[in-house]
Design a protein around this ligand. Structure first.
Ligand SMILES: Cc1ncc(COP(=O)(O)O)c(C=O)c1O
Length: 505
């Protein structure tokens, strides 16, 4: 029966394209209008709100056999997804380190979606766009023009890529053979105790146990103690170990501290070690005129991890890594195969081949939104926004320092302000619970979203300002709300049960 079927009959063939392009066009126009309204009106909505249980339950239904059609799905999205975002597009969101994105970045996502290109690096315009974005950053960071790089999901993967190349560069690791030979000197990576957990994760993924990662103490400024680092390296060398990589923080996640990159570069050179800079957000400070000199020290790095979805306001996700040594970069991450062979002509030609510089083979066109945001505004304007955030952070810190009932918990090197409320008469032992409760009420009421952290054993309300929408009035509103909530808690009899951290860190 099947053998005699008319192979020329195609009447049962279908695609996933719409039955009516006109109907989809109308829906698409509505979506664009709605989303622009959504972005334009963000200030009028709460900074964050929790998901109602009924909404959460809607996402626990069985796998659908039948489809609803695009209009119905869009209505579901509008009603049950859109109202409950992470909050980072809001002008009073300063939690963790989350960028706000831009409306044209959003539209660029639509354009990239329309092309649905697999930006792995072959001969196509997307490869040139990504190569250009990376070349711009190499120029901004003072790295050589032939540096290689790749855009990543974010700083975590950028750190992983940088450290993977560092492992390759150290000479002891044999990727094509035994890995770490049993008789090789034990490799050691150095970073401060304030280093982001993604570096620990990267070390783990690269087969470096915790014993191979030296966490060096920091000074009062939360930057790495260079004397302690020097002593740690000397002790390892004396014990026959191999210092293979130093990680410099340019903007620590907790407080925005900047390590003495020049001193670390000197030490790395002295010991033949790799210097990786985690500049997830801090490296972008080089765009602000007041931090232009940062370029001189970034220029000494062997690799730099940086994020575009944080301080450059490119929509999620978009990070990047640049490497000074192209051959080592390729050796660390390329995996050739007959089915991936390059050709001199045709679709498998090209010069970028990002799959040989990063973790992924298939990857989206995230370069387009970065390219769009940068081309639209230019680096001078984007640097101006960063300078604005720096000014706001300094002003917020000054307000905290001037207030007898507020306490600054760390120096403000860049854009991160850690503080706590300390009403008269409240004892030290009660301050952690009070401040955590203040933070949770700020978030739950949608007033503002700072996040929390612990600094030298004390709970801090942490404002990481990478938000181009924030105005000074937002920071005044934050401090007013912090004080009002602290007073409200003091008035509560009996006292509200102190909030407990879900995961003590
Ligand atoms: C200093 C630092 N490094 C790395 C990361 C990880 O970046 P991502 O969240 O983009 O993976 C962060 C995130 O906040 C960070 O602040």
């Amino acid at each position: 029966m099947e053998k005699t079927a008319n192979v020329n009959s195609r009447s049962d063939e279908r695609s996933l394209d719409p039955e009516s392009w006109d109907a989809l066009r109308a829906l698409g126009h509505r979506m664009v209008d709605d989303m622009l309204d959504y972005q334009a009106g963000v200030r009028d909505r709460p900074a964050w709100r929790p998901l109602p249980e009924a909404t959460r339950r809607r996402f626990r239904t069985p796998a659908p056999a039948e489809g609803l059609g695009a209009e119905a799905v869009y209505e579901e999205f509008r009603e049950h997804v859109l109202p409950y975002p992470a909050g980072n597009i809001h002008p009073r969101f300063w939690g963790w380190v989350k960028g706000a994105g831009t409306p044209t970045g959003m539209l660029a996502e639509l354009l990239a979606g329309a092309m649905n290109t697999n930006a792995w690096g072959n001969e196509q315009a997307a490869s040139e766009v990504e190569a250009q974005v990376l070349a711009w950053f190499a120029e901004l960071f003072g790295l050589p023009a032939d540096s290689t790089g790749v855009l990543t999901t974010g700083g975590s993967v950028a750190n992983l890529v940088g450290l993977c190349v560092a492992r390759e560069a150290c000479g002891g690791f044999d990727a094509e053979g035994a890995g770490w030979p049993a008789d090789a000197p034990a490799p050691v990576l150095y970073c401060s105790t304030e280093t982001h957990t993604s570096v620990d994760k990267a070390a783990r993924l690269l087969g470096l146990g915790a014993a191979s990662v030296r966490k060096v103490p920091v000074g009062d400024d939360y930057a790495i103690d260079v004397a302690a680092l020097r002593a740690a390296i000397a002790a390892d060398v004396a014990a026959g170990r191999r210092p293979f990589c130093l990680v410099a923080n340019v903007g620590t996640v907790n407080t925005g501290a900047v390590d003495d990159v020049a001193a670390l570069a000197d030490l790395a050179a002295e010991h033949g070690a790799w210097l990786h800079v985690d500049g997830a957000f801090g490296a972008l400070a080089v765009l602000a005129p007041e931090h232009a000199a940062l370029r001189d020290v970034l220029a000494r790095a062997d690799s730099i991890a940086f994020d575009l979805h944080k301080w450059l306001s490119v929509p999620y996700d978009c990070g990047g890594v640049l490497v000074r040594h192209p051959a080592t970069h390729r050796a660390a991450l390329s995996a050739r195969a007959g089915y991936l062979a390059h050709e001199a002509r045709g679709a498998a030609s090209g010069h970028a081949w990002f799959n040989e510089l990063g973790l992924e083979l298939s990857r989206g066109f995230r370069a387009l939104k970065a390219w769009f945001v940068i081309r639209e505004h230019g680096f001078a304007r984007l640097g101006g926004q960063i300078a604005q955030n720096l000014r706001q952070a300094r002003a917020l810190a000054a307000l905290v320092e001037q207030a007898p009932d507020l306490e600054l918990l760390a120096p403000v090197a860049l854009n991160v302000v850690c503080f706590r409320v300390r009403p008269p008469g409240v004892e030290e032992a009660a301050l952690d619970a009070l401040n955590r409760e203040v933070l949770l009420r700020l978030q739950e009421r949608g007033i503002a979203v700072p996040s929390g952290t612990r600094l030298r054993g004390r709970f801090a309300i942490r404002v990481a300002n990478v938000n181009h929408r924030s105005r000074m009035e937002d920071f005044h509103a934050l401090l007013a709300a912090v004080r009002a909530i602290a007073a409200e808690i003091a008035d509560e009899r009996p006292a509200a049960p102190p909030a407990r951290s879900v995961e003590a860190r």
